[in-house]
Design a protein around this ligand. Structure first.
Ligand SMILES: Cc1cc2nc3c(=O)[nH]c(=O)nc-3n(C[C@H](O)[C@H](O)[C@H](O)COP(=O)(O)OP(=O)(O)OC[C@H]3O[C@@H](n4cnc5c(N)ncnc54)[C@H](O)[C@@H]3O)c2cc1C
Length: 407
């Protein structure tokens, strides 16, 4: 494939660059942390900036035009990401909403849901969160235990707990995966709901990370009532709906490494602040290896982009982009910490957030072990993992586990 911009892409890039030059003065500062999650003034500025980006056609680039997007392809989205990074301004605040949950509503939502929720999501007026993971359902997401009980009037009552819910502390809505039928095998009895985060019975508690920020939360549901109109994608059809979100999540994280600033030239500049490190062969070798990994990733990402541009769904190998990004950035963080010493972990140091946040990113969006299992099974054709819970109703799984452990 040709890796340069086509004339149309070059013209689009010029247009995006021109808009950003004209409006960059209105942008809040780009902070090293994810969103400045606890600074209300900064968050308000980021939401307003998302609104400006939406008006300028720089948010929801791949969303269909009828929902306020640009109806363009993933390559144009990458061009926008690159130009935002070049201009040194932040991108959209609600990456989870616009990148993952909005596309899920577009694919599975009713006309009423699309008409009501997509516009405010796009403009940053209503931020969304992803209420999937639970204390005992992360890698094995189909093990969710949050229950949705149907009432005689058709409404549902939610009870349970979610965890690691990014942005729940300021989200207006969440997309929640709950169990509606425990008497069928675990992938079959789940349903996706949209949930207003201010509904009675919802408690949000922040979880503080080693990076100092509290970006994600535990969320408790105690008899939370939602009407039947809040079901997304059909009752007991939640696994299929969740897979749409997970597919977009994989692509959003995997293709986002440049936007996250994980670039060899930046790492080299940091290391060059110590002249003896520049001469140290082992430092140069380690930096060379990191650069090679990131370069290979860039070319692999072009392949994913080509597939997306041709309307294909990227294969499971796209998950490796995340593994490579995270491992290369962790190696770079270790190298920078070795060379700069403890100063690299000072709160004000530009690298401290990356170094302390990355171990968490190893888990987010699928852990390395899970992604490697997927590659083994679906790309390399290795024998699948034993799945003892296959075909067994969810409600009987615990009993089977106990029988197994007694044996
Ligand atoms: C920064 C961050 C943001 C997040 N944001 C959200 C969010 O907004 N919404 C949300 O719903 N979730 C969110 N998550 C949760 C994330 O999706 C989970 O952390 C992830 O799915 C892993 O699940 P777990 O943490 O329960 O780990 P577990 O699944 O318990 O895994 C623990 C360890 O066991 C290994 N393991 C598990 N199963 C296997 C297996 N079959 N084979 C080999 N090894 C295995 C894993 O690789 C891992 O090392 C976020 C996580 C992070 C770190």
């Amino acid at each position: 494939m040709d890796l340069n911009d086509t004339p149309e892409q070059a013209a689009y890039r010029e247009k995006v660059r021109g808009w950003l030059e004209q409006h960059r003065a209105d942008a809040p500062e780009a902070r090293a942390t994810r969103a400045g999650a606890e600074d209300a003034e900064y968050l308000a500025a980021r939401r307003a900036w998302q609104g400006r980006l939406a008006e300028g056609g720089l948010a929801g680039v791949t969303w269909p035009e009828e929902f306020g997007g640009q109806g363009l392809g993933p390559i144009e989205q990458v061009i926008v990401n690159q130009e935002l990074a070049r201009a040194g301004v932040p991108g959209i605040l609600d990456v989870i909403g616009i990148g993952m949950l909005g596309p899920c509503l577009i694919a599975h939502g009713t006309d009423e849901q699309k008409g009501r929720y997509l516009g405010p999501m796009l403009h940053g007026d209503e931020v969304w969160c992803q209420l999937f993971s639970e204390p005992a359902a992360g890698s094995d997401l189909a093990a969710v235990q949050t229950r949705a009980r149907r009432e005689d009037d058709g409404a549902f009552v939610l009870n349970g707990q979610k965890v690691w819910t990014t942005n729940a502390q300021f989200a207006s809505y969440g997309l929640l995966l709950a169990r509606t039928n425990p008497d069928v095998p675990k992938h079959k009895g789940m349903t996706m709901f949209l949930v207003p985060m201010d509904a009675p019975g919802i408690t949000v508690r922040g979880l503080r990370q080693i990076s100092g920020e509290a970006e994600f939360n535990e969320v408790f549901f105690d008899d939370v009532r939602v009407p039947a109109e809040y079901v997304v994608g059909g009752v007991d059809n939640g696994w299929g709906t969740a897979l749409t979100v997970l597919m977009y999540e994989r692509v959003t994280i995997g293709l986002g490494s440049e936007g996250m600033g994980y670039r060899p030239d930046r790492f080299a500049k940091a290391l060059a602040s110590d002249p003896s490190a520049v001469k140290d062969k082992s430092v140069r070798k380690a930096l060379g290896e990191i650069g090679t990994e990131l370069l290979a990733l860039r070319f692999a990402s072009y392949r994913t982009l080509s597939a997306l541009a041709q309307g294909q769904i990227p294969g499971p190998e796209a998950g490796l982009a995340k593994v490579t990004t995270v491992n290369a950035a962790i190696a770079a963080g270790d190298l920078i910490a070795d060379v700069l010493g403890p100063d690299a972990l000072d709160e004000d140091n530009e690298w401290s957030y990356m170094i302390s946040f990355l171990p968490g990113l190893k888990s987010a969006g699928g852990t390395e072990a899970i992604l490697r299992n997927t590659i083994g099974e679906r790309v390399l054709g290795l024998p699948p993992e034993p799945r003892l819970d296959k075909g067994i109703p969810f409600s009987e799984l615990r009993a089977k586990e106990k029988e197994g452990s007694a044996a």
